[in-house]
Write a protein that binds this ligand. Structure first.
Ligand code: AMP
Length: 146
């Protein structure tokens, strides 16, 4: 049984909470794994979106995917980094949100994902929604504070 107040929150469109694309660190299709490793290390993010030049979402890339690709039998083969493209190692089968989705769908999905990519009506990358932002909104709702 969902209370009337909770229903209002659950029905809220996620567009209110999205971190916009221009503030999201990303890599581009065709970039080398070396470049991606630099971006991931410098930003400190565990995983970032992979976009094309038209800002369409192609997948996600995390540190673990890069490390696994250069893991030799006895050592990490850093010299391989330059020749590996992000498209070779990214995860392309990803769950994402649409800009008109509700808070409820986001809440269900962030249980298993630290953040979710959001695309607009044309399929263009609009930004991300993080578990942190969803939890903040829930906290605000539970305590009724800002
Ligand atoms: P946070 O909620 O800040 O702990 O972020 C959780 C995860 O979301 C990070 O580890 C990143 O993978 C991703 N993330 C958050 N903010 C950004 C951003 N501005 N650019 C790229 N990825 C982000």
């Amino acid at each position: 049984m969902i209370s009337l107040n909770s229903k209002a929150l659950l029905d809220t469109p996620i567009s209110d909470f999205v971190i916009p694309a221009e503030k999201v660190a990303h890599v581009q299709i065709g970039n080398s794994a070396e470049h991606a490793l630099l971006v991931l290390t410098k930003t400190g993010y565990s995983s970032i979106p992979v976009l094309d030049t038209k800002y369409r979402l192609h997948g996600l890339l995390g540190m673990k995917m890069i490390t696994e690709a250069i893991l030799g039998l006895e050592r990490i083969e850093y010299d391989k980094l330059h020749n590996i493209k992000v498209d070779d190692v990214m995860e392309s089968d990803i769950v994402h949100l649409k800009i008109n989705d509700t808070f409820q769908r986001a809440l269900d999905l962030v249980i298993n994902h630290a953040f979710l990519c959001v695309v607009d009506e044309e399929g263009t990358f609009a930004g991300i929604l993080t578990r942190r932002v969803i939890l903040k909104q829930l906290k605000k709702y539970i305590y009724q504070v800002d």
